[in-house]
Write a protein that binds this ligand. Structure first.
Ligand SMILES: [Zn+2]
Length: 294
């Protein structure tokens, strides 16, 4: 209940912030030295926008699954080599045997890591809904689960293997455990984005972004754009369609700050209104408030 209230308050603040940005922009109409290009059309509706983001993310999702499947194939091969189901000309004493299963585990790890990066990229292009917290975490961190699938069976089967000596089994389990930790940590999305967060700002009239960036900006003079030569501009929906699904944190903080100042002004106006029993509209009251205080 408390969280619900807090969220609503935050949403209100964000909305006010964005309105403030729009108002400020309309007032300033500032010219900057960047190259402007009008990009894209604003999607008619939420569903249309989500259809585009789904399409943008699809190749990355397919790539992630292909790499994860290859990772599991390498794991199976590593198990088969370890338990001598696949015999090259190696023996247990032959270092070639150790090198083979280690190389297979490393290939397994590489596929897990690249697959997870593709998956994270897909989730940033096409964020999941955060309505179900557990589902949201699982969706964003599917790579962690894949890392577990890509290494835990190896660890278990190696430790259960009756034909290998204890030392080899321990070394194999430790190597796989290290790979599991590396694969797991690199697969976590530490800064996930939700569909709600993306859609919340999808109505801004004018935003700015760069071809290589991952966010869009509310201000063309944002510090992150200081080195930008080719600045692209359009609606936030167009930015989202171009893969920039999140509002820049610096711009968001600035908008919130400006909105905060505006809210503070309004509050003081209201205080003045309650003191002076006048029917003058708030706007006029604001201009007069200085005189009245004096
Ligand atoms: Zn910015």
């Amino acid at each position: 209940m408390a969280t619900q209230k807090k969220n609503t308050a935050a949403e209100e603040a964000a909305k006010k912030a964005l309105e403030a940005v729009q108002a400020k922009k309309a007032a300033e109409k500032k010219k900057v030295a960047h190259t402007y290009t009008q990009v894209g059309q604003q999607s008619a509706g939420k569903e249309e926008l989500l259809a585009v983001t789904r399409k943008n993310a699809l190749p990355y999702r397919i790539g992630a699954f292909i790499l994860w499947i290859i990772a599991i194939v390498f794991e199976v091969l590593a198990i088969l080599v370890f338990v001598h189901k696949i015999e090259f000309s190696f023996t247990v004493e032959n270092p070639g045997w150790t090198i083979t299963w280690i190389v297979l585990l490393v290939l397994d790890l590489i596929c897990v890591i690249i697959g997870s990066q593709l998956w994270k990229k897909a989730n940033h292009l096409d964020p999941a809904s955060s309505k179900n917290k557990v589902g949201f975490w699982l969706h964003n961190n599917l790579g962690v689960i894949m890392a577990v699938i890509a290494f835990v069976p190896f660890i278990v089967l190696v430790l259960l293997d009756k034909n290998s000596n204890k030392q080899s089994k321990m070394i194999a389990a430790i190597v796989a455990a290290v790979a599991l930790v590396i694969g797991g940590l690199t697969s976590v999305d530490w800064n996930p984005i939700s569909q709600e967060e993306m859609l919340e700002n999808a109505h801004i009239e004018t935003v700015y972004w760069t071809a290589s960036g991952t966010v869009y900006h509310a201000y063309d003079d944002c510090s992150h754009l200081s080195n930008t030569v080719d600045l692209l501009t359009g609606t936030s929906a167009a930015a989202i369609e171009n893969g920039k699904t999140r509002l820049c944190k610096t711009c968001e903080a600035r908008a919130l700050k400006e909105a905060g100042e505006e809210v503070a002004d309004k509050t003081s106006d209201l205080t003045d209104l309650t003191e002076v029993t006048d029917t003058t509209p708030v706007q006029d009251q604001a201009e007069d408030s200085g005189d009245q205080a004096a």
